[in-house]
Design a protein around this ligand. Structure first.
Ligand code: AMP
Length: 116
């Protein structure tokens, strides 16, 4: 999609600090990190958000979860004693701000629950 920010990062027409890539996914550092590690995993295919996922996206979704695990391992936050957080925001109530499906991989500090 031409006017999508994350499609631009995937196409490398918009700057982004890409840390991991697969055939189906790209992962890059969040521009405003909320923790020592904050990486966004996105599908190369444009999907608006997690509420738009259908059976046809199953392979992309599996690839995103595998990529998230690999990013966590690469970034040194995969210790099972500590763990990390994976987040999909959907819509205004969640503060979703970018309309290209993305999985937040957040870790490296203790987090509270519920989120603010
Ligand atoms: P969400 O609230 O789930 O839509 O999250 C969108 C995320 O994208 C936010 O955490 C932003 O900081 C991040 N973001 C916005 N623009 C960029 C960019 N150009 N490069 C990397 N991350 C970005």
């Amino acid at each position: 999609m031409t006017d999508c920010l994350f499609c631009g990062i995937i196409a490398r027409t918009v700057p982004g600090e890409i840390v991991h890539e697969t055939e189906r996914t790209v992962a890059f550092r969040d521009i405003a990190p909320v923790a020592p590690v904050h990486v966004l995993v996105v599908p190369r295919t444009h999907v608006e958000n997690a509420a738009c996922i259908g059976a046809e996206h199953a392979d992309d979704l599996a690839a995103m979860l595998i990529a998230a695990r690999e990013v966590a391992e690469m970034e040194g936050i995969a210790d099972p004693e500590r763990g990390y957080r994976l987040v999909f925001n959907v819509g205004a109530d969640s503060s979703n701000s970018v309309g290209h499906l993305h999985l937040h991989v957040i870790g490296g500090r203790r987090m509270s629950w519920p989120p603010g």
